[in-house]
Design a protein around this ligand. Structure first.
Ligand code: CA
Length: 227
């Protein structure tokens, strides 16, 4: 079963780039360059996931997002919003827009592909493979096994979840609190500095003191994995 993706973007060059790359991922791509056309397409041929630009002619991305969420049949379609830096990003952060994730322009296509997979894994797991890879690190989310350059990594459950979360969000900076929310979920008794302890264990396990460290400590912000 091919995943049906609708890309809504009015910058033709970016639209082509996204279309090309998601085609390569094996998705069936449909496109729209304004909000009204997108809405029509969603009503008559609902896609499995939508990449939605914020600023669009006729109907804005944000308004389109609201309408989709109000529609009984389409409200569960995952939406990833594209925004420009600055005001849009700030607004989106503070708004309950109904988007499942957002990415700020300019972004790397690889990062967007990873985000799409992370959202799909959460919402439409039948479309996503269960193996994540990054520069020699391979983790299998079903068997809960991990390796680096072919050698098995021995990870505790928290370190495994932390690594999986990082590999679904390559290049994104997370504060300790955000990591606690995503990885530890509702464990109320965990303090932010616990994150540091597990990051240290994870580093030790995956780097073995000799390999390149993909975990970056970002001063006064938190942690980031990969480029
Ligand atoms: Ca635009």
């Amino acid at each position: 079963m091919k995943l049906k993706m609708l890309i809504v973007e009015d910058e033709e060059a970016l639209l082509d780039l996204l279309k090309f790359n998601f085609n390569k991922e094996g998705y069936k791509i449909d496109t729209a360059t304004d909000g009204e056309t997108a809405l029509e397409k969603i009503l008559y041929k609902p896609p499995d996931i939508i990449i939605l630009d914020w600023m669009l002619p006729k109907l804005s991305g944000i308004e389109l997002c609201r309408r989709i969420r109000k529609n009984k049949e389409h409200k569960n379609i995952p939406i990833i919003m594209l925004t420009a830096k600055g005001e849009e990003e700030d607004k989106l952060r503070g708004l309950e827009t109904g988007a499942d994730d957002y990415i700020t322009k300019p972004f790397s296509v690889n990062e967007l592909v990873a985000r799409v997979k992370a959202v799909l894994r959460r919402i439409r797991p039948m479309f996503v493979d269960e193996v994540l890879t990054y520069k020699g690190i391979v983790i299998d989310l079903v068997s809960h096994s991990a390796s680096r350059d072919g050698e098995t990594l021995h990870l505790g459950p928290t370190e495994f979840n932390l690594l999986a979360f990082f590999m679904e969000n390559i290049g994104r900076v997370f504060s300790r609190e955000q990591l606690l929310n995503h990885v530890w979920k509702n464990d109320a008794y965990v303090e932010p500095r616990t994150v540091d302890v597990h990051i240290r264990r994870l580093r030790k396990a995956i780097n073995n003191d000799v390999k390149e460290d993909f975990i970056r400590t970002v001063r006064s912000a938190g942690y980031c994995f990969g480029s």
